[in-house]
Design a protein. Sequence first.
Length: 109
Amino acid sequence: MLRTNSFRILKGAPDRKNDPSSHLRHERIKELLSGKIYLAKIKAALADHENGPGENSICRHGRKKGEYKTQYSAITEITEKKITVYYFANKKPCEGEWERIEIQKAANL
């Protein structure tokens, strides 16, 4: 599942003309994640600066007041035995190390 802050499937959702940034970013991440998907590929895609690093890039670097910037990124990996969440809170995915939380699934789930 990919999300770029656009409600593209809802009635009345902004089209490309009225929300070009969400559409550009969604198209870019689909391109980057085509083919076989693995964790390092997802992390790299979330740190991508194509068309930016500003409003139109996946990893946004708003430097001035009112400019868009990435505030949170998360990757959830679900297997038969556990759920692992990799995340950045209040940081850009191109900076620093990913935080990690691992949750063991209960036997009856």
